[in-house]
Design a protein around this ligand. Structure first.
Ligand code: ADP
Ligand code: MG
Length: 578
């Protein structure tokens, strides 16, 4: 249970403020997260990590000398936006390029990839290794689909040590990829976690039971057993990890760093009791234990649980591991303190000039504004339900994310419309704000949807029903290009594609926008309901596919709700677009 907060919506921001205030020696706040507050030599590859908040010491606590150069810090359990990641990376860059590393979650991948593309387009080299240590989240054949948990630390440290010794971007990437390949984790949980202000935990584990193979966002485990003794738990963790040794490693004589990670409310004392047995079992297997870690390295709010990571060293990885680190939450050896960097060189925020639209488009901008208000009202009303269905197979944040995104979009839309913007600029500003503030997968995708539609609305004149239908068709293609989901994968695409095709058919047949939209929204609703029968193949829900059968996809449901509500708005007489 989380007890202390002000407004839950401000929790992550206020947490970052306090974290920076307490650690100014190591970190400085910048747009999107934190960077080192100490001088970094020009020509050093910048290692930028990140992810949702709620996992401290991941990710901000791992920024400092010998570790990462910057961290993009998203909202609670939500990926940072591409804008945030890009801003942190730009600030951290020292002319040798940016190396990104983060836990492999759909929303993080989308947003980090988008930030990486933007950097490359600006002539800054960038490369990425997403951490995939959790062996319970996909089979070895699909290792690239595994999520990242406490194994983040080994990859971040290896990459950072390589960067500090002067490796170029390709070499840093290669080291990180090797560290990731040699890092395997497995975890269990005894209770769920409760986000600030949430009435209930994201998931619960029945009293006396243990979820096996948990994720760090409250994704459910793959199995459940009675709570074992400490020694039995040690045996389970070791057995799972020794059943999957990285290629080319011989167990006997292997040098391994074990990391027993606490998920947030497990006592250190309990972990030491478990670790005692883990050490015996590893030694019995002929493994040489190097620099064991027992503590909290990647938490999941107040979840009670633990994971074991084994990092299978080779000579070079061990040398890199042996370097000193001084980060807020992680210190090893003794670091020669670098000087504090001069005043912040934050990336400049672009000047806010809004080009006015013509009179027709300004009028349409008012409809856009009303539509954004409708989206906010719809999402506010259904946020709890969306969170509940997301928690069944995902991480429970869909309602929170959609609220954050839609509220930010409305505020930006109002600001633009009041400054005289046309429909395109109004909606495009709303799109950027949504993607920036919502975080997560759906936030990035709603940014794409609104942006593509905005382009067709233009800042002059009024589009007809067919132009709006073309905008929606563009957005369906954009979402698929960006998120790589097909119809049938159990995502918002399953509602968006039929919505788009019905809208196009009706508009091409000469129906008014209101009539076309209403027909299309009905199709989206039917399609969203039908996603209950599908097995998820994309996004977070994928690793817990079977739990999702019988429950519709939250992203498809929210899209259908929004489409329906906008149809009602149009029908209520504000159909000025055709
Ligand atoms: P996150 O998955 O990052 O927690 P949300 O919970 O806000 O983000 O959104 C989850 C929804 O996002 C899913 O229900 C699904 O509709 C949609 N989604 C996830 N991955 C994809 C994808 N690759 N393409 C399209 N939609 C996706
Ligand atoms: Mg979610």
């Amino acid at each position: 249970m989380t007890r202390l907060w002000n407004d839950p919506a401000d929790f992550a921001d206020e947490m970052i403020d306090g974290f920076v205030a307490a650690n100014a020696r190591s970190v400085r706040r910048v747009t999107g997260g934190v960077v080192r507050s100490t001088v970094v030599p020009e020509g050093q590859v910048a290692v930028v990590i990140g992810g949702g908040s709620g996992h401290y010491p991941a990710f901000g606590g791992m920024v400092g000398q010998g570790l990462a150069h910057g961290a993009a810090m998203g909202n609670l359990f939500a990926s940072p936006s591409a804008q945030q990641i890009h801003a942190v990376a730009k600030t951290a860059d020292r002319g040798a390029g940016v190396f990104f590393s983060y836990g492999n979650y759909a929303g993080d991948v989308l947003n980090f990839d988008a930030a990486q593309e933007r950097l490359r387009a600006e002539g800054i080299e960038a490369s990425t290794v997403a951490v995939t240590d959790d062996i319970s989240s996909a089979s070895i054949a699909e290792k690239h689909k595994r999520r990242g948990i406490a194994g983040d630390l080994t990859v971040f440290r290896s990459a950072s040590a390589a960067a500090e010794r002067g490796d170029d971007l390709a070499a840093v990437s290669a080291i990180a990829a090797r560290a990731n390949e040699r890092t395997r984790s497995f975890g269990v949980a005894f209770s769920g976690c409760t986000l600030p202000g949430a009435p209930e935990p994201l998931f619960t584990v029945p009293a006396g039971r243990m979820a096996v193979g948990l994720g760090i966002h409250g994704e459910q485990g793959i199995d459940e057993t009675d709570i074992p003794t400490a020694d039995e738990l040690a045996a389970l963790l070791v057995e799972k990890l020794l059943a999957e040794i990285p290629d080319g490693v011989e167990i006997s004589g292997a040098r391994v760093i074990p990391i027993l990670n606490g998920l947030g409310s497990l006592k250190y004392e309990e972990m030491f009791v478990v670790y005692r047995r883990i050490a015996q079992l590893l030694e019995d297997a002929g493994i040489v234990i190097v620099d064991p870690h027992v503590g909290e390295y990647c938490t999941s709010f107040d979840m009670a649980g633990t994971s074991l990571t084994l990092f299978w060293l080779d000579d070079e990885l061990e040398q890199l591991w042996d370097t000193p680190v001084d980060a807020p939450a992680y210190r090893r050896g003794s670091v020669v303190a670098a000087a504090q960097a001069a005043a912040a060189v934050d990336v400049a925020t672009t000047e806010d000039v809004i080009a006015p639209g013509d009179a027709d488009s300004q009028e349409l901008a008012q409809l856009v504004r009303a539509a954004l208000q409708t989206i906010v009202d719809t999402i506010d009303e259904h946020a709890d339900e969306l969170g509940r269905i997301d928690a069944i197979a995902g991480d429970g944040d869909h309602g929170i994310g959609m609220r954050r995104g839609s509220h930010a979009a409305l505020a930006a839309g109002i600001h633009a419309a009041e400054a005289g913007a046309g429909a395109r600029t109004t909606l495009a500003r709303a799109a950027d704000a949504w993607a920036d503030k919502a975080g997560g997968t759906s936030g990035a995708l709603w940014g794409v949807i609104l942006h593509t539609v905005a382009v067709r609305l233009g800042d002059t004149g009024r589009p007809d029903a067919q132009a709006v239908a073309s905008g929606i068709a563009d957005s369906a293609r954009g979402v698929q290009d960006y998120g790589k989901a097909e119809v049938g994968d159990k995502t918002m695409v399953d509602a968006l594609v039929p919505f788009s095709s019905e809208l196009t058919t009706a508009a091409d047949g000469g129906a008014s926008l209101t009539a076309s939209w209403t027909t299309a929204a009905d199709a989206a609703t039917r399609a969203a309901v039908a996603t209950a029968d599908l097995l998820p193949r994309m996004g977070r829900a994928r690793s817990h596919g079977e739990h999702a059968i019988g429950t519709p996809d939250p992203g498809a449901v929210s899209l259908a709700l929004i489409a329906t509500a906008i149809g009602e708005l149009l029908a209520a007489g504000k159909d000025t677009a055709s």
